[in-house]
Design a protein around this ligand. Sequence first.
Ligand SMILES: N[C@@H](CCC(=O)N[C@@H](CS)C(=O)NCC(=O)O)C(=O)O
Length: 332
Amino acid sequence: MGRLQNGAWQDGWYDTKSTGGKFERTTTTFRNWITPDGALGSTGDDGFPAESGRYHLYVSYACPWAHRTLIFRALKGLDNHIGVSAVHPDMLSDGWEFRTDFDGATGDRLFDLPHLRDIYTRADPNISGRVTVPVLWDKTRDTIVSNESAEIIRMFNSAFDGITGNRDDYWPGELRNEIEGVNARIYDTVNNGVYKAGFATTQEAYDEAVSELFDSLDWLEARLADNRYLMGDRITEADWRLFTTLIRFDAVYHGHFKCNRAKLIEYPHLWGYTRELYQWPGVAQTVRLDHIMRHYHYSHETINPHRIVPIGPDPDLTAPHGRDEVSTRSAA
Ligand SMILES: N[C@@H](CCC(=O)N[C@@H](CS)C(=O)NCC(=O)O)C(=O)O
């Protein structure tokens, strides 16, 4: 793993020395927005109109942030409008690679380049920063629209509605304030919380992260006892953002990242909720536990130096979820 410095690749692991053993996620670089007519979005430049076949998504099936974008592509009927390339699950000294010797790793379907970093330097030859997935690429302007998953899912939520006719809304105006509050806690203590626990290099940093994580899982368990989804009876982006961490929890975060006060399957409401979301039309195809297991255990040499991929749990994600009863209860 490494980063680009003025367009040149430098190998190296995350620096936690300067932050007292804490893992701190850096901010993303490309922040343009696709809009229905190419008008300026919240940040970046204008000129990225929604068009079928114009944009391409680079993902890792292992990555929870990229996973969000794959889910929104499926939920919003964008499969025939936005192509996908999936990297190899091993992220080693060259960063994400387009090798194809793993089932589901497609290679770079646009340019046949060897590394994801080549996509970044194609967009900007002097770029500095981390080379992360997801990346949303614009074939017309030959550049990166965005590499921020939270914003890509909001583009997918509405920008292409005129093309697909799919008007399902996971970011409804009347719930936005509440969603932002819930997202903030889940991002900090759950989505990123598992990484803060797993990448901590001091006991104090680990203790703090893991205790905030399990406080939040207790809070979510209580919330989902009386609410079918985080916002009640309506599924929103907050649920999909939480789902990509929950679906990885017992497979990698519990063992590999030492988030082992409890397993997900020990929380009846969170576990039923995870199964319901997994069984949502189009979602199961976006979940690749083989990529997830391989990526984390094989790529993080500092945590797992022998790169042994454990046998892993094999929970029945297709078992009846029983969540319809929660809706009935809260509606009654
Ligand atoms: N803010 C980004 C974070 C994406 C991210 O951190 N992706 C990880 C994979 S799970 C990655 O590509 N890491 C490579 C690196 O940090 O060098 C987003 O949500 O889109």
